[in-house]
Design a protein around this ligand. Structure first.
Ligand SMILES: [Zn+2]
Length: 56
């Protein structure tokens, strides 16, 4: 451990820097979307601001 700052892989996004979108299927949505799925888009991880790493 030579670094002064300890850097850890962000636990929220596992170092990817983005929160992957999640698709869910519900009978409620069938007919509203093509395949009955509703997906949230990928978004930048708020924990590490998209860097994939956190210091602490
Ligand atoms: Zn993150």
């Amino acid at each position: 451990m030579a670094d002064d700052k300890k850097t850890n892989v962000c636990p929220t996004c596992n170092g990817k820097g983005v929160i992957e979108g999640v698709c869910e299927t519900s009978s409620e949505w069938q007919g509203k979307t093509d395949d009955g799925q509703v997906c949230t888009p990928d978004q930048k991880c708020p924990t590490c601001n998209g860097t994939g790493k956190v210091t602490g």
